[in-house]
Design a protein around this ligand. Structure first.
Ligand code: NDP
Length: 245
């Protein structure tokens, strides 16, 4: 991502590992002060911060559950007041709770919708208040190829991620005139803890590039969308998936 003179304040949800960690590093390289959110893995978040610091970047860790609207709102208010605003939000926190739909317990449905879709609401709405004051900002949400193609066992995940796509596009249209851009990145299969159980060899046969992606390959696209280099890009869903259609 391009380095810009003014330090921008970025919040990344789920920054304790995986794609979120790579996004924190990418934004820090671009000159952002990164607020690294985590839910349960504090050591993971501390490790992300240490990696940011090792590269000369700056940031802090901030634990809260994106499902908890009150906690999220309080955190955004605190960050905005203390650091002078919020310039970038990356809604990255996500979980999977796969099950064939006919057998899916309500808890699995609810947990995925709460994390991805309610998490989007809980962070994005208060952050927009700060961005609107400055008439500038960039929001990127991490969706999935599962929001675009059918995946057995992922009705909850597909619904949540497709909702994220649609909500992002609607919000993008609402805030475009305020100088705020809202985009979505939809990764394919990326090497993280989340896909430990996935049948990787079988899935690889469906990927034209015949390999699993790396978190950094998602992070660079997020970094671009957050930067002024993407100043005319909003309301878009960008797949990063090795060519899956
Ligand atoms: P990981 O399981 O490696 O990391 C998930 C992150 O989300 C962790 O930092 C975790 O925090 C955080 N998190 C989960 N629930 C909450 C919550 N309620 N509040 C705050 N943080 C939370 O996943 P990935 O890095 O693979 O996934 C990152 C995003 O990318 C997700 O949205 C996922 O759906 C999406 N994605 C991933 C793909 C893949 O193949 N890996 C493909 C397509 C999309 P903690 O550890 O502290 O609990």
């Amino acid at each position: 991502m391009t380095t810009e003179n003014e330090t921008r304040i970025a919040i990344v949800t789920g920054g304790s590992k995986g794609i979120g960690r790579a996004i924190c590093l990418e934004l820090a390289r671009g000159g952002c002060y990164v607020v690294i959110n985590y839910r349960s893995d504090r050591p993971g978040a501390e490790q992300t911060l240490a990696m940011v610091n090792e590269e000369g970047g700056r940031g802090e860790i901030y634990g809260f559950d994106v499902r908890d609207g009150e906690a999220a709102e309080k955190a955004v208010e605190d960050i905005g007041q203390r650091l002078g605003g919020v310039d970038i939000l990356v809604n990255n926190a996500g979980i999977v709770a796969d099950s064939l739909f006919m057998l899916m317990p309500r808890e699995k449905w609810q947990a995925v919708i709460d994390t991805t879709l309610n998490g989007f609401y809980n962070l994005t709405r208060p952050v927009l208040e700060w961005m609107a004051r400055r008439r500038k900002g960039a929001i990127v949400s991490i969706s999935s190829v599962s929001s675009l193609v059918a995946n057995r066992g992922q009705a909850n995940y597909s619904a949540a991620k497709a909702g994220l796509n649609a909500a992002s596009r609607a919000v993008a249209a609402e805030v475009a005139r305020m100088g705020i851009r809202v985009n979505v990145v939809a990764p394919g299969l990326i090497e993280t803890e989340m896909i430990q159980q996935a049948p990787k060899e079988q899935i690889k046969t469906m990927i034209p590039m015949a390999r699993i992606g790396r978190p950094e390959e998602v992070a660079t696209v997020v970094g671009f969308l957050c930067s002024d280099a993407a100043s005319y890009v909003t309301g878009q869903i960008i797949p990063v998936n090795g060519g899956m259609c």
